[in-house]
Design a protein around this ligand. Structure first.
Ligand SMILES: NC(=O)c1ccc[n+]([C@@H]2O[C@H](COP(=O)([O-])OP(=O)(O)OC[C@H]3O[C@@H](n4cnc5c(N)ncnc54)[C@H](OP(=O)(O)O)[C@@H]3O)[C@@H](O)[C@H]2O)c1
Length: 306
């Protein structure tokens, strides 16, 4: 594994982290604690130390799997990133709650589910600009930082061209941007990444496998179960994406190379990107994803210097 500094924080994060939306049950599978343990143990064995979760991957369900796991392992070895701003109701159904009181309640619920007394990175979860531009909210969060419940604040931008929230980050003491970035979707390169570099913000590239389409294992016409979030994606758009993946596989991916590994390394080569957080459904995917590290040199502006 290789490690990078997350922007101007003191956090040393593995360049391949682990996304855990999957633990919430919206990817066609439900999880047992033993299955979640196996994924996280595999990650730890390969040097992965960054977990991304959220309040609404199930009703704090993903966080609960992680918390149960951490209660039996060394919490200090992990960088735990979670998010605020939503209530989960049922599969694919959430309501927004970015009010200060609502967020404080969510924070306490997340700490309880995660069985920890601090969160390393607490991220604004893809809310609209008018709810982001709320001084009372950020002042409330700052108090939680002072109280030691939160180590650092971050912003997970909803649209990957959201320059408003990116530019405002330093002002609200948010030190990392989470953004959709992958070989099929390069929008952040234009405005968001230059702003991150200017402000020395860490960047967590989410959906780095384009929801799994960039793994190369799906062909145009692929069908997903109605408990898999991809069932809700626009069919024509998915078909176009999968055709483009076939072209990329033929023209850009070296022969014999696992496409998921290649796709993650592709993201990590950008100077602005600190880490990728692919969602993993089993230990085999963790192994394949961690192997992207083999394709990355130590020569990156945020490379961790001991
Ligand atoms: N608004 C937000 O803040 C937000 C939104 C979305 C995601 N996120 C975070 O970002 C993380 C990553 O995004 P994502 O999970 O939506 O998309 P992703 O990482 O692009 O794709 C994940 C899916 O790809 C497939 N996959 C993973 N590794 C693979 C491998 N080595 N080989 C083949 N297939 C592989 C798995 O599904 P199959 O095996 O079923 O194909 C997995 O569920 C999430 O887990 C979550 O933590 C945050």
């Amino acid at each position: 594994m290789k490690y990078r500094r997350l922007g101007k924080t003191d956090l040393k994060v593995s360049i391949v982290g682990i996304g855990t939306w999957q633990f919430g049950g919206e990817w066609g599978l439900t999880y047992t604690q033993a299955e979640a343990d196996a994924i996280l143990d595999q990650a730890a064995e390969l040097g992965i130390n960054l977990i991304d979760t959220a309040e609404c991957y199930g009703d704090h369900l993903s966080e609960s799997f992680i918390g149960n796991y951490l209660s039996r392992r060394n919490r200090e070895n992990w960088v735990v990133a979670t998010k605020f701003g939503h209530h989960f109701h049922d599969l694919f159904t959430r309501t927004d709650d970015f009010s200060s009181e609502g967020v404080i309640k969510q924070l306490d619920d997340s700490l309880k589910a995660l069985q920890t007394d601090y969160i390393d990175l607490y991220q604004f979860h893809s809310g609209p600009d008018d709810l982001f531009d709320n001084d009372v909210l950020w002042t409330t969060l700052d108090k939680q930082v002072q109280a030691g419940k939160i180590r650092h604040l971050g912003t997970s931008i909803g649209s990957n061209a959201n320059i408003h929230q990116t530019e405002a980050s330093s002002k609200v003491n948010s030190k990392a941007i989470q953004v959709v970035y992958n070989r099929l979707d390069r929008a952040p390169e234009e405005l968001v990444f230059p702003s991150c570099v200017n402000q020395d913000l860490g960047v967590l590239a989410r959906v780095p496998l384009a929801s799994g389409y960039l793994s190369g294992k799906y062909k145009p016409g692929a069908v997903f179960s109605n408990t898999d979030v991809r069932h809700r994606h626009d069919a024509d758009n998915v078909k176009q994406k999968l055709e483009e993946v076939q072209r990329i596989q033929k023209e850009e991916v070296p022969e014999g190379m696992d496409m998921a590994k290649w796709a993650l390394a592709w993201c990590l080569k950008h100077d602005a990107v600190t880490t990728v957080i692919p969602g993993c459904k089993n230990p085999e995917q963790v192994i394949a994803n961690a192997s992207a590290t083999d394709l990355i040199s130590d020569n990156h502006p945020q490379a961790w210097k001991a």
